[in-house]
Write a protein that binds this ligand. Structure first.
Ligand SMILES: [Zn+2]
Length: 287
């Protein structure tokens, strides 16, 4: 009888010890998993979407000297340190560049170490080549928006091609690069546009209506109330009200834990690969 009691006690003690050991193992595993997830989410990544980057190198192949190609490949893959765990919003500016306004947008972005994508008109690039160059050199994204803003769906295929070629020529002369991606004026798309335009077609999912309200307050309000992680915000760097809204809203977004980035950076961070003919509305909406 005494023996059985002792054995029972010993068994109970052993069971308790086994439970404790199991608990320690489980706790260790959990710590490991958490550390692993944390390490992954703060991992740095390359700033340019690889597929877009490779596409640009290809797109520029015909016009680049051998050493320029090398330089370009390097410049396309310069990493910008972004905390991937942060909420990301891509800011996009159409219809510029505009001397006296675009530079202020660049300055406001630089102040917070943010970047954005500029969908430029060829005719404005020709007028203000030094501003286009500044966009490129400051690590912001050079993108295209046609030569002079026609509704492309009303044009013939050769006219669409001419809009693209003239725009790219102006961009190349100003900063040494063609457009990384394209946004059709008015978001006008059809099969001809998709066939002719080289590269992904970038639309937006947050329209600030800055061109309509011409109000810094109204523009800001839409951004702060609507924009969330993964969104692409549409603005125009040709209005004084938009410049003011950007200057005011960027520090607020930073405070709220957002990182403002280029479209390529957004897609890269979210693991989205895009190619010619893809229509991108946000990181979560690709058609
Ligand atoms: Zn436009």
């Amino acid at each position: 009888m005494r023996r059985t009691i002792r054995t029972r006690r010993r068994r109970r003690r052993w069971r308790k010890r086994r439970a404790a050991v199991l608990l320690v193992i489980m706790a260790l595993m959990l710590t490991g998993i958490v550390t692993f997830i944390r390490a992954r989410s703060t991992q740095e990544y390359r700033s340019v979407n690889k597929s877009i980057g490779e596409y640009v190198v290809q797109a520029n192949d015909g016009i680049l000297a051998a050493d320029t190609r090398e330089k370009m490949e390097k410049s396309l893959y310069v990493p910008r340190k972004i905390d991937k765990s942060k909420k990301l919003i891509a800011f996009t500016f159409d219809d510029g560049p505009m001397q006296g306004k675009t530079e202020r947008v660049l300055k406001a972005l630089e102040k917070e170490n943010f970047r954005a994508t500029f969908f430029m008109l060829g005719e404005n690039v020709k007028q203000y080549p030094q501003v286009a160059e500044q966009i490129y050199k400051s690590g912001n994204e050079v993108a295209g928006h046609s030569w002079d803003h026609p509704l492309l769906t009303k044009l013939s295929e050769s006219q669409i091609k001419s809009q693209q070629d003239r725009m790219n020529q102006a961009l190349y002369e100003a900063c040494g690069s063609k457009a990384v991606s394209f946004r059709p004026p008015y978001g006008g798309l059809n099969d001809s546009v998709k066939k002719i335009i080289d590269g992904p077609l970038i639309l937006w999912n947050i329209d600030t209506l800055d061109w309509k309200t011409k109000s810094a307050k109204a523009t800001e309000k839409i951004i702060l109330e609507k924009a969330k992680d993964g969104d692409i915000v549409l603005m125009h760097d040709i209005h004084e009200s938009t410049v003011q809204a950007v200057e005011h809203v960027l520090p607020i977004l930073k405070q709220r834990g957002y990182e403002v980035c280029t479209v390529s950076e957004l897609l890269e961070a979210k693991g989205v690969q895009v190619k010619k003919g893809d229509v991108v509305l946000s990181a979560h909406q690709i058609r």
